[in-house]
Design a protein around this ligand. Structure first.
Ligand code: PMP
Length: 288
């Protein structure tokens, strides 16, 4: 991934892709003092760019560091990366971390860095293939108690259990894994939020101990516009048998129907299709 042409914005400058490097004694690498974002540009416009920039700064504050660039500066930097890489439809990855001045748990005086990369990452499937749904495993690890970790931060360290869970699922032939929360309730997937449908109503777990995705909130609004009732509540895994449809949401996943979670089966139907189509229309740049 590091060996390609193009540019990465790093601490205020566009640098050639291969030269965007950090030292091995970087605090962010050793102690997880690192936060990131995942965004998509559609038709040359980054969808909800400012919300993502603000979330990045908030994620860092939750880890007790301040990114030395404002939301407006981060927005401008992301646009500059897209332009430098000559991309219209792309995935954008900002990442901020503590540098290498001090090596130890304490890193009070370490400099804070920000880098932004972008690359082409198309939606994998056409809508018809997507409607078949993906197969998901049940993860062994749970999302941590908010009293245990800054669970609303998009912090690199919180992804350790996601990577382990996703690898275990992939080894068994699944696309992803559903994670429960620390109390055993349905939480989210390893990089996306989850929704269920029954009797024309949309159900999703309350985002009280995991990332309240920007796509999640967008989809909730789109459902309401359609007149679909959305219920945010505690969902126990045993209840999954009562739902007809299931889909996941995220910047990368967009809206992706699910056909299977562990022993439970779902049939992606008309409501999932409508929500998927509404999201595709929503992300396109609006004519001024
Ligand atoms: N949960 C996790 C763990 C994620 O990594 C993501 C992707 N950022 C999401 C949920 C969905 O968030 P968003 O819709 O803001 O991309």
């Amino acid at each position: 991934f590091h060996d390609r042409d193009g540019f990465i914005w790093m601490d205020g400058k566009l640098v050639p892709w291969r030269e965007a490097q950090v030292h091995v004694l970087t605090h962010g690498l050793h102690y997880g003092s690192c936060v990131f974002e995942g965004e998509r540009a559609y038709g040359g416009v980054i969808y909800k760019s400012t919300e993502h920039s603000a979330r990045l700064r908030t994620s860092a504050e939750l880890l007790d560091f301040e990114i030395p660039f404002s939301v407006a500066e981060i927005d401008a930097a992301k646009a500059a990366v897209l332009k430098a890489n000559d991309q219209i439809d792309a995935y954008i990855r900002p990442v901020a971390w503590r540098g290498s001045e001090m090596m130890g748990v304490s890193a009070q005086d370490n400099t804070i860095h920000l880098a932004i990369a972008s690359w082409v990452w198309p939606s994998y499937f056409d809508p018809a293939t997507k409607m078949k749904g993906i197969r998901m495993d049940m993860a062994d690890y749970r999302r941590p108690d908010p009293a245990t970790a800054p669970s609303t931060s998009k912090a690199a360290g919180l992804y350790m259990i996601c990577t382990i869970s996703k690898h275990r699922a992939e080894k068994k032939g699944y696309a992803d894994a559903l994670m429960l929360d620390w109390q055993g309730r349905v939480a989210e997937c390893t990089g996306a939020n989850v929704f269920f449908i029954k009797d024309g109503q949309v159900h999703t777990p309350k985002a009280d101990c995991f990332l309240d995705g920007i796509t999640r909130r967008t989809v909730i609004d789109l459902c309401k516009k359609r007149g679909f009732e959305v219920i945010e509540r505690r969902i126990m895994p045993e209840e999954l048998s009562s739902f007809n449809e299931c889909f996941i949401t995220g910047t990368a996943a967009e809206v992706t129907p699910v056909s299977e979670i562990g022993p439970y089966r779902f049939t992606p139907g008309n409501m999932s299709k409508v929500i998927m189509e509404d999201y595709s229309a929503e992300v396109l740049p609006k004519a001024a």
